[in-house]
Design a protein around this ligand. Structure first.
Ligand code: DON
Length: 586
């Protein structure tokens, strides 16, 4: 349970617009005392599912879930809590929680209406399709993924600000201030975080003095149990608390980002930052065996691909095939092959490309594609067709439900783990390397995984294609679950399998999140199965059908919430694949 008490807001008048609009505005308000909520500052280990009657937050860190749950307990709605949780993850989960990246938020209101916020990063004005080509005239993976040029114009603060202006109820500063405190006072580093920070400061971050300064103790990696304080980040968050989106996109923070770009040869200018806008979009709405599936539209490929796969699978009696049996996985893999090919062929930023969303998510189209599947046999992915590169962690998903049944699913990211590894000097936060999600170069399509098709090429202002799939499930007009995951292209398949586990196999949210996952993404033409995801006999049966099977690793971190239909309780399920994850409710 979370604690709520009175503390003094730091700094100047906070949340001017929100405060004025809502008639609040005193400098002292009811905000969250999260520090008292966890013993001696230690992060609790993932304790599994949590049940509470009113509200719930399920996220990557106990700190962030605690902050969000405290907002709910203080009377904030799910959007307020999602914003506060997002800022707290930017402090306590620097691998993916962020203000230097971007993401998506899907909202279902208590009356069943829905909306989505797109705060995906955008290409700066100086971007162009050949921008990942080196001085030798060849495509350069390091420019594409590991450079100041790989940084997209961040969207997270604008997205949270827009969500707050449209649907928030608590003063903005109240939602940011707990994270100012967390950054300034510090928090204990877990074993997992210590490992991650060591990798950052000894690896890709070692080239950047501001990264080493922010995420090590004078160059010495933090040990588990030591306290990570982030004073520069605290000051940046203070500016955001006081000035809202302008605290990031204008003034001191914008100046520091632009300076960082100039120093490292990046493209983002103060003008790019001032012009960034989050967009409100209409969610993808599909149905599966009578359930409603509400998910993220383009520039995410997630909602379209999940609904396409569900439509294909609706034509089979999956339950009678048996969960994770070979015949079941055969149908799943073939649906994945079809949807991921369509994804590579068609999906991109709808403001720049003509994306056939309606066709790809129609039941008719699914029926035609289903007819091409031969049960009991592996299909083929044509290697002369287009391919896409692999992605590596990290992204993060969290879920929120409030006392009125408003549900929010957020997935946001820096792209790879710790993004570009570049910390904005003086501002204390990591920048994304999201430009790596644009296609490499016009026409450059290779069997090793590059793609050169037109719709997702880098152009000024365009948003790069994403796989992030924050999703809400409902049935008979009632909220059922909030789900999502990180994991690059595996995200879509993780969300698919969570949905199937709930709908076809009547699993509890605990069982659905724990169950082994598989992934196929058209090319490379192989099935990845989690360690212990299926038994040896099933694996052998898949191989006999003609599948190339690769076993190993965890797939996704699906911090979810489900409503108990009998009691109405919110059941938060942090994914056990991360020992630091936690759900908190009230
Ligand atoms: O937007 C996307 O699809 C990717 N940038 C997400 C990367 C990711 O999920 C890596 N995660 N674990």
């Amino acid at each position: 349970m979370s604690n709520v008490c009175e503390v003094r807001l730091w700094g100047r008048a906070a949340g001017r617009r929100a405060a004025g609009r809502r008639g609040t505005g005193p400098l002292v308000g009811i905000v969250l005392a999260l520090v008292a909520a966890l013993p001696a500052g230690a992060q609790a280990q993932n304790g599994g599912a949590v049940r509470a009657p009113h509200g719930m937050v399920s996220s990557e860190t106990a700190w962030a879930s605690e902050v969000g749950a405290a907002v709910l307990e203080a009377g904030g709605n799910a959007v307020d809590a999602a914003i506060a949780t997002g800022f707290a993850l930017a402090v306590t989960h620097p691998a993916a929680g962020n203000i230097g990246g971007g993401g998506f938020m899907v909202i279902r209101f208590p009356d069943g209406t829905t909306t989505a916020l797109d705060f995906r990063e955008r290409a700066p004005a100086a971007a162009h399709p050949e921008m990942f080509v080196g001085p030798d005239g060849e495509y350069s993976s390091s420019i594409h993924h590991n450079s100041h040029v790989a940084v997209g114009v961040p969207g997270t603060v604008a997205g949270f600000w827009k969500a707050h202006r449209l649907y928030g109820t608590r003063p903005w500063a109240e939602l940011v201030t707990p994270s100012v405190r967390l950054a300034a006072d510090g928090f204990e580093v877990s074993e997992r975080l210590a490992r991650g920070l060591r990798g950052l400061v000894e690896g890709k971050g070692s080239a950047y003095p501001a990264t080493v300064a922010a995420f090590s103790d004078g160059g010495r990696p933090y040990e588990p149990g030591e306290v990570l304080r982030q004073p520069d980040l605290a000051r940046t968050l203070e500016r955001i608390a006081a000035e809202g989106r302008d605290g990031f996109y204008r003034g001191e923070t914008a100046r520091l980002i632009a300076e960082e770009m100039r120093r490292g040869g990046g493209l983002i200018t103060e003008d790019d930052l001032a012009r960034y806008r989050a967009r409100e979009r209409t969610p993808i709405h599909g149905t599966y065996r009578g359930w409603d599936v509400i998910s993220m539209p383009p520039p995410s490929s997630g909602g379209v691909a999940v609904v396409e796969m569900l439509n294909i699978l609706e034509g089979y009696d999956l339950r009678s095939l048996g969960h994770n049996s070979a015949p079941y996985l055969n149908r799943l893999i073939e649906a994945m092959r079809i949807a991921y090919r369509d994804r590579a062929r068609w999906l991109a930023d709808p403001d720049y490309a003509d994306v056939p969303v309606h066709r790809l998510t129609s039941k008719d189209y699914a029926a035609r594609r289903r007819a091409t599947i031969e049960p009991g046999r592996a299909g083929r992915s044509d290697p002369t067709d287009i391919t896409e590169p692999d992605e590596s962690p990290q992204t993060t998903h969290y879920s929120v439900v409030d006392r009125d049944g408003m549900a929010v699913a957020v997935t946001y990211t820096l792209e790879q783990s710790y993004g570009s590894g570049i910390t904005v000097a003086g501002a204390g936060f990591l920048l994304n390397n999201e430009m790596g999600d644009f296609n490499a170069r016009p026409g450059l399509t290779t069997t090793s995984g590059l793609i050169g098709t037109d719709p997702n090429l880098a152009r000024p202002g365009q948003r790069m294609l994403s796989s992030m799939t924050p999703t809400i499930l409902a049935r008979d007009g009632e909220l059922v679950a909030v789900i999502g995951s990180p994991g690059g292209r595996t995200i879509i398949n993780t969300v698919l399998q969570l949905t199937l586990n709930l709908v076809d196999f009547d699993m509890s949210i605990e069982e659905a999140v724990r169950a082994g996952r598989i992934h196929h993404q058209w090319l490379p033409d192989q099935v990845r199965i989690e360690q212990d995801g299926v038994d040896d006999a099933t694996r052998a049966a898949l191989e006999a059908m003609g599948y190339q099977v690769r076993v190993g690793g965890g797939q996704g971190l699906a911090h979810s919430i489900m409503i108990d239909p009998r009691t109405g309780d919110r059941v938060g399920m942090p994914d056990p694949r991360n020992p630091d994850a936690a759900a908190r409710g009230h």
